[in-house]
Structures are given as C-alpha cells and as structure tokens.
Design a protein around this ligand. Structure first.
Ligand code: DGJ
Length: 555
C-alpha cells in the first residue's frame, strides 16, 4: 500500500485509526514478576525461537530464501529489517508494500515477526536512512569532534533528524496497527540497530556542548550513581569524571530513542527494545573502565543499562548481540544483561555451529528468546562472525535444538517465567558444571562415552566422535519436587540430592524419553533403564527430551 502522508496530515490519519479493530485480541507485552520476565503473545508466555535475516533481505524477492531457512530451522519467529529508506524514499511519501508482503507471507508461513527499525542508526551509521537524510548534513547534522571535524555518525542532537525519524516510525506503527492489530503477527519492534558511535565519545557541536554543561538529570543519577569520590549532583563532568563523555552520549542517544519509541507506542503499543554491539563483559564483579575507543560510545552496553532505563522508559529491554564465541564471555554477557529490570533476550547471535549450544544456556536462564543472525539462504556468510556455510549446514545445528524445544515452546516459556528453568552450555574448558535445583543438583559433564567411566579407559585421551569442539548443552525445567524435564545434547547429567534429599539414597524412579504434543501432553516413547541410566543420563548428539522422576529412600 502507498500513501503520501506526513506532519499534521499524518496526525489526522492516525486520529482516525486509534481505536483497535473490533475483535482484536490482547497485544503482545512484556511482564515482570519477582524479577523474571515473560513476553506474552495472545495472552500467554511465548518463547522466541528466532532467526534474523541478512541485512539486505528486506525485499520481497529475497524472502523465499529466508522462509526456506526459517522453516528448516524450526524457528517460530523471524527478525527482519524495515529500513527508513524503503518506507520513505521521498520525504513524506510512504511506501509500505514491503511491510504488507512481509506480514502476509509470515502469516502464510505461520511465523511471527520482530521488526527491526533501521532508521537514524544501523550499526551506528546512517546507511539505512533515506538519501534525503543522509546526504543533507545541514538539516540532518552529523556529530563533530572536539576540533570541529565531522564524524560519520548522525548527531542525537539533530532536532530535524529526530522529527523526521519519529515521523517515519510513527507512520510505520500506524500502518502495522491498520494491517496487524487483529492478528498480532508482529510481536515486537527493535528501535534502531546497534546504536552508538565508534571513535568519538560524544558530540561537540554547540547544542551538545551546551547540554554537556547542564546538570545530570535526576532520573539518570538515580540509576547511574556518581563515580566514586565525586559529588552527588552537578554537570556530567563533575559527577562522572572519566566516564562523563560516554554517559552523556548514552543519555543523548537513549533520549532520542525514547522520543521515537514513545511516539510509536502511542499509536500502536507493541513491546520495543534496543540491541547492543557488546563491549567486553569483563569480570562480573568489577566495574567498567572508562571508554577508550574500545566499543561504540552511547550504545546500551552493560555498564550503562541504568541510563537507558532512566532515559528511555518506553524501551522494554536492551539485548546483547552475541558475536563473542568464548563461553566465558557469553556467560558473563548473559549475566550482565539479565537483571530484574532488564528482561534477557538475545536478538542476535553468531550462526556458526559453536553457538548452537548456547541456546540451552540462554533458554535455561529464562530468556524471552534468542535469534541467531543470518538464518537465511542468501548467498552471504558473515564469517568469521558466523558460519562459513550459507546452506542447510549452517542451519542444522540450530534446527536440531529448536526442534526439541518447539513442541513445548509455550510450556517452556511458562516454566521460565515461573523460575523453574536452568541451563548450561559446554564451556571452552570442557569441564563439568553444576546446576542447583530445588532439593537436587545436576552435575553436567561433557565428552563422556555413554557407557562406563572415563577412569576405565585405557587411553584417557579417547573421546566420543564429534566432540572435538564444544557442542554440548542441557536445559532443565523442574516441574515438581522430584520431577524434571531435561532437554539437551552431548552431555551426561547426574542428579544428586540437596537439602532434604541429602544423605538419602537417591535413584531414578522413572526416566522417559519422549516429547510434548501440541496440546502440551507428554508422549512417552521409551523408558530409559539399565545401561541407559547406569552411568548418568547420557544425552546423545541429537537433542533429546527426557521426563525424569527422582526418588529417595532412607539409608
Ligand atoms: C550486528 C548487526 O546488528 C547486524 O545487522 C549485522 O551487521 C551483524 N552485526 C554482522 O553480520
């Protein structure tokens, strides 16, 4: 659909659309309880088993290769860009034909959508802004460094830029409301993409300089305490010292995003989030070091989530884009981004095989979901960030994990919201890991043969086929005092008693392999006993779901 519309005209168009269509069901939303979160879709917790398309697949002709990969992956959600340049190629003239095609095809493919608004910033740059924006540096200014040199990055102090981006975003949300409020195919919207600025901590143009001299807003102070030894109030420099420029730029970008998100939600109130090109997660107990050009200043990095919360209350969460393959960094990043006021959701992750095991860890932690990047058979590989393959070999490791979760996706999302789930991914050190459960603990070890103990092997360096690189993982949901659902691959799990079960003789009462059907009913396929349980529960290479009942007797 095409219609020319902007400014006051747009406001009038919207006024006529504010009532939701008759019969429209509950809008998706993110809820919090006891510091845990759920994404409610159609009124119930929803698990995003997602995939993100490549950057340039946001055109109808590219979709067949996207749907094929999404189908193969058993994904239930596609993350897809909507670029400002494509919906408003001429100022005030909107073209939503891409959005219409995408939404219609998503419905045919029975997949939900998360739309990614590539506006003022995409990976910090203005590449996806229309030519009339990115080529007009007077009206839509870029940032200046302290010597007055122009940066590549559009300034968050550009009033005309904000007005134009917001106008386009509002038009998009109004259009979504018109075409989708009754069906909710689109369940979330990411506002901008990996914002911040490389190589420059903040804008030095006159408006920005004046703002930098102003007192730090109280809302920011409440969330981002002053640097040790500095006054409780004052200008950015006075309060934050070496951190001042990064914090100020963060506040400026977050405030800009807030204006866009707030205006968009006023029209159509979908959950909204931002994503982050990570800075090193460091050591979780240590504070961040000041910015020194080592990440994009102004982005929602883990150290400034409080500033985003203060400045952008219409953004539900900031999600980490995980392209650091090291298990230690993945674990630390997940911990940094999962807080009582920040729901964990991984909107991007490398699509190399080694990342598939992290799905267990992420979903076990109770995340809203995860989406590897480049689940798309376009002939493009972003190696070394992701897989070298662009075909089924790339999708296969994720497809296997998603296939195991898919039948119980709604159950898993509910269990996660209830705090019943835990998860691990095999570490780079290949060492065993322990998961604390209620009354039990699970010791998860890797590279084990399914029969017997490692100590029995003549050659202690003898390992199962296919375990040269770490690829094991397990997620556990505790359904009752002694009842568990385990889903995982290439791992040995041993459950032992804790608390009231400690000191008692514990055993498996029943270990069923099977799956949940579409109605959430457990379908038992076989019962594990004998060799299959004598040496722990040894999950094979193919993701497997077990329903385990433990028992204990007095010694
Ligand atoms: C992160 C960005 O958000 C994506 O759009 C993409 O550019 C990847 N990096 C790299 O493929």
């Amino acid at each position: 659909m095409r219609f020319p519309c902007s400014g006051p005209c747009l406001a009038l168009c919207l006024a006529g659309t504010l009532a939701l269509p008759a019969g429209a069901a509950e809008l998706p939303r993110i809820v919090e309880r006891d510091g845990r979160h759920a994404l409610l879709v159609d009124g119930a917790p929803y698990l995003v088993l997602g995939g993100q398309a490549h950057n340039s697949s946001n055109y109808p002709a590219a979709l067949p290769k996207v749907w094929a990969a999404i189908r193969d992956a058993h994904a239930n959600t596609l993350e897809m860009p909507v670029a400002w340049e494509q919906i408003e190629p001429r100022e005030g003239h909107f073209d939503f034909s891409w959005v219409d095609t995408l939404v219609a095809e998503a419905r045919r493919n029975k997949v939900r959508l998360v739309l990614l608004w590539f506006g003022t910033w995409k990976n910090t740059g203005p590449a996806y802004a229309p030519a009339w924006v990115k080529l007009d540096n007077r009206r839509f200014p870029r940032m200046l460094d302290k010597d007055g040199k122009t940066s590549y990055c559009l300034s968050p102090f550009g009033e005309a830029t904000l007005a134009a981006d917001r106008n386009a975003f509002v038009a998009l949300m109004a259009h979504l409301r018109r075409i989708d409020a009754g069906k909710r195919t689109v369940i979330m919207v990411q506002v901008e993409n990996e914002v911040g600025t490389y190589g420059l901590a903040r804008d030095h143009a006159p408006r920005a300089r004046a703002a930098f001299e102003q007192p730090v807003p109280g809302a920011v102070l409440a969330r981002q305490p002053p640097t040790a030894g500095r006054p409780a109030q004052g200008s950015w420099l006075e309060v934050y010292g070496d951190y001042a420029e990064q914090y100020f730029h963060t506040w400026a970008i977050a405030s800009y995003i807030e204006e866009i998100a707030k205006a968009g939600r006023a029209v159509y109130d979908l959950p909204m989030f931002v994503n982050n090109a990570l800075r090193d997660p460091g050591t979780p107990l240590l504070p961040a070091t000041p910015w020194k050009g080592d990440f994009a200043s102004g982005g929602p990095t883990w150290d400034v989530l409080g500033i985003y919360k203060a400045a952008a209350p219409h953004i539900d969460f900031a999600g980490p884009d995980i392209y650091m393959p090291e298990s230690g960094k993945v674990g630390a990043t997940l911990a940094r981004f999962q807080t009582p006021d920040n729901a964990l959701m991984v909107p991007e992750m490398g699509n190399a095989a080694g990342y598939a095991r992290y799905v267990y860890q992420i979903l076990g932690r109770g995340a809203l979901g995860v989406a590897p990047f480049g689940i798309d058979y376009a002939s493009y590989s972003n190696y070394p960030l992701g897989s070298k393959s662009t075909d089924r070999r790339m999708v296969a490791p994720f497809a296997a994990v998603y296939a195991a979760f898919a039948p119980m996706q709604r159950l898993w999302a509910r269990w996660a919201f209830e705090g019943r789930t835990r998860g691990v991914a095999e570490g780079d050190d290949r060492a065993p890991q322990t998961l604390a459960l209620d009354g039990w603990q699970a010791i998860v070890s890797f590279r084990e043969f399914q029969f017997g103990e490692r100590a029995w092997l003549k050659d202690r360096n003898d390992y199962p086929i296919g375990t040269d690189a770490p690829n094991g993982g397990v997620a556990i949901a505790q359904l009752g005092a002694n009842e568990f659902v385990l889903v995982g691959q290439r791992a040995r799990i041993r459950l032992s008693g804790l608390g009231a079960n400690q000191g008692r003789m514990t055993m498996y009462a029943r270990v069923e392999e099977g799956r949940f059907d579409a109605a959430g009913k457990w379908i038992m396929e076989r019962n594990w006993n004998g060799d299959q349980t004598d040496y722990g529960l040894n999950l094979p290479a193919a993701p497997t779901v077990l329903k385990v009942t433990m028992g204990s007797v007095e010694q």
